[in-house]
Write a protein that binds this ligand. Structure first.
Ligand code: GAR
Length: 202
C-alpha cells in the first residue's frame, strides 16, 4: 500500500507537529507520511522542527495576499504540487473558508484544546481556550480531533480525551497538561486512522 501524503499546517511552536514526526518514527503513524509542513508565519519554531526532521516546508502568509480567495488558491496549488491527500491542522491559526475546506471533504483534521462543544468556535484558540475553561470553572477539560468543514470547530468529531483541571492551575499549566495528556497522543492516532482510511493500493 502507498502511504497517504500528509501536509501539516502550523503557525507557532509546533509541539503537535513534533508529536506527529515522532509518531512517524515510532510507527504509530504508519499509513501516512508527513510530506510537507505549511506555516502561516515565517517565524514559527515549527519550521525549525520540520527542517531538523528533513521535511520540506513552505510559508504562506495571509497578509501577502489581497484576498482570501487568492491566498487559498495559492495554498491549494501547493497541495496539488506536492500530491497532498490529507491535511492536519496542528496549531494552525489562519482561517480557511468554505472555498478551501469544501475542496477537501473529510481530508482535513484539526486538533482543538478543549472538549468540543465547550470553549470552541470563533475567538477560541491557543491559551484563550484554557483561560475560558478556568474562568468558567470546569473541573474537566481535554482535547478534540475533528474533521474540518466551513463551521469553525464544527466538523464531525473523530476523537476526544478528557484531562483534569487542578486547583491552582494557570492557563499555561493547564495548556501543558492538555498537550501532554491528550493532544500529543490523540493527534497522531487520529492522523493514522484517517491516513489509513485514505490509503490507496499500489
Ligand atoms: C495547541 O494547543 C492546539 O491545540 C491549539 O494551539 C496549540 C498549538 O501548539 N490549537 C487551537 O487552539 C486551534 N483552535 P503547537 O504549535 O505547540 O502544536
Amino acid at each position: 500500500m502507498l502511504k497517504t501524503k500528509i501536509a501539516v499546517f502550523v503557525s507557532g511552536g509546533g509541539t503537535n507537529l513534533q508529536a506527529l514526526l515522532d509518531a512517524e518514527k515510532s510507527g504509530i503513524l504508519q499509513s501516512g507520511e508527513i510530506s510537507l509542513v505549511l506555516s502561516s508565519n515565517h517565524k514559527a519554531y515549527a519550521l525549525t522542527r520540520a527542517a531538523e526532521n528533513g521535511v520540506p516546508s513552505v510559508v504562506v502568509e495571509r497578509k501577502k495576499f489581497s484576498s482570501q480567495e487568492e491566498y487559498e488558491a495559492q495554498v491549494k496549488k501547493i497541495m496539488e504540487e506536492h500530491g497532498i491527500e490529507l491535511i492536519v491542522l496542528a496549531g494552525f491559526m489562519s482561517i480557511l473558508s468554505e472555498g478551501f475546506t469544501s475542496a477537501y471533504p473529510k481530508r482535513i483534521i484539526n486538533i482543538h484544546p478543549s472538549l468540543i462543544p465547550s470553549f470552541c468556535g470563533k475567538g477560541y484558540y491557543g491559551l484563550k481556550v484554557h483561560e475560558a475553561a478556568l474562568d468558567y470553572g470546569v473541573k474537566v477539560t481535554g482535547a478534540t480531533v475533528h474533521f474540518v468543514n466551513e463551521i469553525p470547530d464544527g466538523g464531525e468529531i473523530l476523537m476526544q480525551k478528557a484531562v483534569e483541571v487542578k486547583e491552582g492551575d494557570t492557563a499555561e499549566i493547564l495548556q501543558r497538561r492538555v498537550m501532554e495528556e491528550a493532544e500529543w497522543i490523540l493527534l497522531p492516532k487520529a492522523a493514522e486512522q484517517v491516513a489509513k482510511s485514505l490509503q490507496k493500493g499500489q
